[in-house]
Design a protein around this ligand. Structure first.
Ligand code: ADP
Ligand code: ASP
Ligand code: MG
Length: 440
């Protein structure tokens, strides 16, 4: 018999969407008893037209706080859990939990509290079904009063709590501050909880079970049946998640990377498939020139023109100051001789437009500022972007032949990615063209 290991397994929303999915999860755990700490999401969609419980909770709370009729939505949420209880014949009642939850909604407990109930209730049911101990994330995942996540305290609390528990279910997505107020990570944040648990228990592996058989070369919603990536590094994962590949939350890599814990993406509906392994380094023979293609819509490019800006000492510093003083983090800053361009998310720009323009005028006295509000960013990630000759040529030829107009190019000298800005309407076309040209 092999040595005992500790595996943390996170199951996403569609993996736990109904009783049938709960049974698949139990089977997966039975097959390998090293899977000790389980992090569930809230029930997700059962089919394309279904609703996620988390979305229903936001809607229900929104209605309750606006004093609108919220009960039909609450009933839908209750029915989702009751169906699981009935079909699995669990001797658990959530009636009291729902009463408390409704009271809290009416008295304005906050949107984050509301959203967190999806994972909380699913965790209670899963723990009962598996016969594992339930550990409320509010006791171990720590935030400060302003909702900032506290990683070292969390690690301490989690490790301390789990050290004597052989098998536990810890719901994903939320935690609490010292006063007991609930806070959540951003959407998709159960991946982060899973990574935090993996770090705290010094896991041998962090398994992330979802509804695809691994990280695919690009979004399967855009390209039909893209190839699967067998293995990639944390850096490549970080690039792809940040650039828009939504498989894993972009913050989930940090807690496991620091401890060298590999992540294994697996498919709950096809556990026989190998999935994608993410680790610190990969053997040269496993390396491929292109790891993946990802992207996001809705960016804005703010271009600042000023004659001889290249010769002005401190120009860039003042440009950064204009964004800093408005608390804006931007994405890219491609530059020419007399122009420099800053790319930032459209919603951020629209919220802070006046203030940013005022700062730019005051600090830079530019000749002209022009704004392009229609930009999507598409990124190709892979070592080949800097080391295999000819890839860059294929990249630009593919976009040209597809009739995609490139508005911006950004490629650092030591990077493993190349990003282009295209118009939002060319977003999917650009991804398909790049996939066809580079994924062969
Ligand atoms: P979960 O609910 O299990 O956390 P998510 O919906 O967050 O699952 O992530 C899985 C989904 O990510 C897939 O169903 C797929 O539609 C989408 N996706 C986007 N880009 C990719 C990609 N490059 N590879 C695989 N899946 C992707
Ligand atoms: N349920 C949350 C969401 O829908 C968190 C998660 O699924 O990871 O965003
Ligand atoms: Mg997810």
């Amino acid at each position: 018999m092999g040595k005992e290991q500790t595996i943390v397994a996170k199951f996403g929303g569609s993996s736990l969407a109904d009783a049938g999915q709960f049974k698949k999860v139990k089977d997966i755990l039975r097959r390998n008893p090293d899977r000790r700490y389980i992090v569930p999401s809230a029930p997700g969609k059962r089919d394309r037209s279904d609703e996620k419980v988390t979305d229903l909770l936001y809607e229900c709370y929104g209605r309750a706080s606006r004093k609108e009729e919220y009960r039909p939505v609450l009933d839908k949420i209750k029915a989702r859990y009751q169906e699981i209880i009935d079909e699995l014949e669990l001797s658990v009642s959530l009636d009291k939990e729902f009463q408390m939850m409704e009271q809290a909604f009416i008295s304005g407990a906050g949107e984050k509290y509301a959203a967190s109930r999806g994972e909380y209730l699913n965790g209670i049911l899963l723990a009962a079904f598996l016969g594992y101990e339930f550990v409320d994330a509010a006791e171990v995942i720590r935030f400060d009063r302003n909702g900032n996540f506290e990683d070292e305290r969390t690690n301490f609390f989690l490790a301390d709590r789990l050290v004597n528990i052989e098998r536990a279910v810890i719901p994903g997505f939320y935690g609490a501050d010292d006063a007991g107020n609930i806070h959540t990570f951003s959407r998709g944040g159960s991946d982060v909880t899973g990574a935090l648990v993996a770090r705290a228990v010094c896991a041998d592996l962090y398994e992330n079970w979802t509804d695809v058989s691994g990280f695919l070369l690009t979004d399967p919603g855009i390209v039909d049946h893209p190839k699967k990536i067998d293995i990639m590094t944390y850096s490549e994962l970080r690039e792809l998640s940040y650039r828009g590949a939504t498989v894993l939350h972009e913050e989930a890599v940090f807690p496991v990377r620091r401890e060298g814990i590999s992540i294994h993406i697996r498919n709950t509906n096809h556990p026989e498939e190998k999935g994608t392994l993410i680790c610190s380094r990969i053997d040269p023979e496993d390396e491929v020139p292109i790891t993946g293609i990802a992207g996001k819509r809705n960016f804005v490019a703010v271009s600042i023109a000023k004659n001889r800006m290249n010769a002005q000492v401190g120009f860039c510093k003042r440009l950064l100051e204009a964004f800093d003083e408005n608390h804006i983090v931007f994405e890219h800053m491609p530059s020419g001789i007399d122009t420099i361009c800053v790319i930032l998310p459209r919603d951020v720009y629209q919220e802070k437009r006046e203030a940013v323009m005022a700062s730019l005028e005051r600090l830079l006295a530019p000749d002209k500022i022009s704004v392009d509000e229609d930009m999507a960013l598409v990124t190709v990630v892979g070592k080949g972007m800097r080391s295999v000759s000819g890839i860059a040529a294929k990249f630009f030829t593919a976009l040209g032949e597809a009739g995609v107009n490139i508005k911006m190019i950004d490629m650092g000298s030591n990077e493993i990615n190349c990003t282009v800005g295209v118009s939002n309407q060319d977003f999917e076309k650009a991804i398909r063209a790049l996939y066809d040209a580079l994924a062969v």
